[in-house]
Design a protein around this ligand. Sequence first.
Ligand code: GTR
Length: 335
Amino acid sequence: MMRGIPVISRRQALISMAAATSLAACNQSSGRDLLSADSHPEEYPTVQAVKEMGRLLNERSGGRLRIKMYAGGQLGSERDTLEITSFGGLDLNRVNLAPLNSIEPLTTIPALPFLFSSTSHMRTALDGPAGDRILDSLAPHDLIGLCFYDSGERSFYNTRKPILSPDDMAGMKIRVPNSDLYVAMIKALGADATPMSLGEVYQALVQGVIDGAENNWPSFESGRHFEAAPFYSLTRHIIAPEVLVMSASRWRKLSDSDKTLVQQSARDSVPFMRKLWDERVAESREKIIAAGVSVNEVADLGAFQQKMRPVWDRFVRTDTQKEIVAEIEALRPDA
Ligand code: GTR
C-alpha cells in the first residue's frame, strides 16, 4: 500500500504519464509498453497477475506488446488513476469495483451485501454472462472491462473490541472506499461511514480519525492495518471482485489481432491470480493470527443481513440490475 511511498498529486501523475506516453510513442518500432497502475504493492496478487498478463502478451506478440507496472499507489488513489485511464493517460488499471459504483450502476451489483454465498459462487457467476454484462457496462464510460480478479471476503476490523452484532458498531467511525453503496451499508448498521482512499487508512487508524474499516485478509495484512486495529470480526459481508480495465481510447488504437491478444492474455491471467490469491489469503491469515490479533466468527450473521437489506432496495433499481441479481442468486449453491 502507499505507506512509505510518496503519493504524488494527480497533476504530477498526469505530467509523468504524458512524458511516458510520448516516450512510448517514440519507441514504437521496438514495440509498445502498456502502462498499468495498481494501488497494491509489488508482491500483491493483483500486481503479480497483471505482470503475468504482461509476460503472456510479450510472448504472444513476439515482444511487441509489454506491460509497465506502476504499483503501490505511485500514481494516486484508485479514483485518480481511473480518471487518468478513462481519458487515455494510462492503458491499464486494476481497481476494485467500488470506485466505479458512482459512474456505472451495474458495478454496484457484486458489492450488494451477502449477495455471494462464497468465493466459488462469485467466481461461477462472474465467469458467466452476468460477469460479461457488468464488464461490458464500462464501455460508455471510456473503459474496456478486461477481466475480474478475486478480492476475497470483506469483514470488519477495529481498534476497540470484537464485533458480534450490529449493536457493537453503534457510533463507530468506519472507513469505506469512495462508494455510496458502502456508505449506505455502514449507516444501515448504525455506524458512521468515513469514505477515504486505501492509502490513508493506516494513519487514520493510528491517529484515531476512524475506529475501524472493512477488508479482506490480504489487504488487512498488507497495509499493516492489523497492527493498529487488533480486532477482526468475520462478517464476510461483501465478496466483490477486483476488475482490470483498459482505456477505451488506447484500446481503439490497437489492431483487431492485438485487441484479441490483450483480451485473451488478461483472461488467461485469471487462473494464475486465483491460485496466488488463495495462497496469499492463507499466508495473511496465518501472519495476522500469529501477531495476536483477536479474530472472531460472528454467529448471528442474520442480524447483519437484515440491517443491510434496505441497501439492496436502494441500489437495485433498473430492470437490468434486477435481472442480473436474479441470475446471480439462481447460481447460489443452495438455490
Ligand atoms: C482492497 C482492494 C483495493 C481497494 C481496497 C479498498 O481489497 O484490493 O483495490 O479497493 O480494498 O478498500 O479501498
